[in-house]
Design a binder for this molecule. Sequence first.
Ligand code: SF4
Length: 180
Amino acid sequence: MTEIPGLDGYIAQFPVYEYRIITTDDLPVEDRVRTVCKQECERYGSTWACPPGVGELAECERFCHTYPEGLFFSTVAEVRDVMDMEEMLATRTAHEEVTEEIRQYMAAQGSDTFVLSTESCDICEECAYPDAPCRFPDKMHPCLESYGIVVPQIVERQQMAYMLGGNTVLWFSLILFRFA
Ligand code: SF4
């Protein structure tokens, strides 16, 4: 595994619950994940960060493999009521900010990066999809599920927590990286 200089110390300032460096050669990708997107997510087909806008599944998988490794991590947030979807989703913004800060740190160490993160994209008030190209392709993070990635399987393999219980929420991101 590639060591990212100073990562342990840098990451400690954020509410990162756990993190692992994983290899992409056995990244769990399955079509059924996208089926769930299609059947259960109201954002399906509404942004460039969601399927089908992100491209064909095989193409997404191939692209992931152009990065040999990834930093997979979770952040933890506390809410008053885990059943309050609005309150729960509001904590996603902080996770996205942490993800972008860590990505920038990794880029500053000399790695090319590509982020897969949570849900869909909320950068623009109204997404340009499908009539015009994404306005901020460098800032936009497609969601892990849009690439068919089976998050619970990575969590299980890496012996990480998927849920903590109580009034906590865990969010996950994968920052793919490669050093020249
Ligand atoms: S950055 Fe804007 S145009 Fe691009 S996916 Fe996000 S909302 Fe859509």
